[in-house]
Design a protein around this ligand. Structure first.
Ligand code: NI
Length: 294
C-alpha cells in the first residue's frame, strides 16, 4: 500500500508488465521494457519457483543480534474485534511490522533472511498478480512462519471500483495465495489506503477481513535512504502499533537490520497482525478513538 503513487522498480515493472501507477491509481498501459529484464524472467515457466538470491548480500550484523522472543500466540480473533485497525490496544510491548506489494524475487528473500536471524514474524500484504509470478517466494514466506494478507490482485485504487470489482480483486488474490502456498488470509490492506466504509464492511462480512491500515509510516517508498527509514520507524513506534513498509524496495530491506534490532533493543516484541488483533483489550470506549471509520 502506498498513499501516493509509487514507482515500481524496473525488475517488477517488466515482470508484471504493469507500467507506471499514476496518481489516480490507474495502470498506464505502457509497454514494459522486457529487454531490460532478461536476466531471470519469471514469465518463463522454467523459472517459476526457482528465483534465487544471487545478486545480493544479506547485511549480516557483526556480533550477536537481538532475538524476538514471543512463542506462538494465538492468531484467532472474533469477527466482532473490529472492521478497521490502524493500531490495536494491547497489554504489553507488542507490535506488528507489515510489508506490502510483494512478493519480489530478490528483495523478499533477502528480507526473509534478515527476519529469520532475529526470529521476527512479519505480515506480508501481497499482490495476487505478483504471487502468480513468484509462487516460490510466497511458499518460503509461509514456511518460515509469516502471515499473508490480501493486498488485492492488481493493486488498483479500490475506492473507485464497484462492489463486484472489489469482490473480484479480493477473490483473485485469495485464489493466487491458495494456489501458491495452500493458505488462507485473515486480513486485508487496501492499496493506497483507499477503501470506503461500505467497502470495508463488504470485505469484512464476505471475506472475514478486517481492513488493516497503520500507525507508523516511514514513507519508505520515497526512498529516503535506509538510515532515514530506520530513524522514522524507531521514533514513531509505540506499543500496539502497526508499522507500514514495502519489501518491493531494496532500500527498505537495507533498513531492516538496524530497524529490527533497534525495536528489539527497545523491548518490543513482534507478532503478526492477526496475533496483535487477538491480543486486543476490550475496553469500552477505547476502540472508537483507535480505529478510524472513514
Ligand atoms: Ni501497496
Amino acid at each position: 500500500m502506498e498513499n501516493k503513487p509509487h514507482k515500481i522498480d524496473e525488475s517488477i515493472r517488466c515482470n508484471l508488465n504493469l507500467g507506471v501507477l499514476t496518481r489516480r491509481g490507474f495502470i498506464a498501459a505502457t509497454t514494459a521494457t522486457l529487454a531490460s529484464c532478461k536476466a531471470v524472467s519469471p514469465l518463463n515457466p522454467e523459472n517459476v519457483g526457482k528465483q534465487t538470491n544471487t545478486n545480493y548480500r544479506t547485511p549480516y550484523a557483526s556480533g550477536s543480534v537481538p532475538r524476538n522472543n514471543i512463542g506462538n500466540p494465538s492468531s484467532n480473533f472474533p469477527s466482532s474485534a473490529g472492521v478497521t485497525f490502524s493500531r490495536v490496544l494491547v497489554s504489553g510491548n507488542y507490535i506488528a511490522i507489515t510489508f506490502d506489494d510483494g512478493p519480489h524475487p530478490q528483495n523478499t528473500p533477502r528480507l526473509l533472511d534478515i527476519l529469520a536471524v532475529r526470529n521476527v514474524k512479519a505480515t506480508f500484504y501481497v499482490i495476487g498478480r505478483s504471487v502468480d509470478l513468484h509462487p516460490g517466494v510466497l511458499r518460503r514466506t509461509v514456511a518460515e512462519g509469516h502471515e499473508i494478507g490480501n493486498h488485492s490482485h492488481t493493486h488498483r485504487l479500490l475506492s473507485k471500483l464497484s462492489s463486484s470489482e472489489v469482490r473480484q480483486e479480493m477473490q483473485r488474490c485469495q485464489e493466487a495465495v491458495g494456489r501458491a502456498a495452500g493458505v488462507g488470509m485473515r486480513t486485508m490492506r487496501p492499496p493506497y489506503g483507499g477503501l470506503l466504509q461500505s467497502q470495508r464492511e463488504l470485505v469484512h462480512s464476505e471475506f472475514g477481513y478486517p481492513t488493516i491500515l497503520w500507525s507508523v509510516d516511514p514513507l519508505d517508498w520515497k526512498r529516503p535512504g535506509p538510515s532515514v527509514v530506520t530513524s522514522r520507524i524507531l521514533a514513531a513506534t509505540t506499543a500496539g502499533g502497526i508499522v507500514l513498509a514495502h519489501d518491493l524496495h531494496s532500500q527498505t530491506v537495507d533498513a531492516m537490520p538496524a530497524t529490527l534490532d533497534g525495536l528489539l533493543r527497545k523491548g518490543y516484541n513482534f507478532v503478526t497482525v492477526s496475533q496483535l488483533i487477538a491480543m486486543k483489550i476490550e475496553t469500552p470506549g477505547a476502540q472508537a478513538s483507535l480505529t478510524p471509520t472513514n
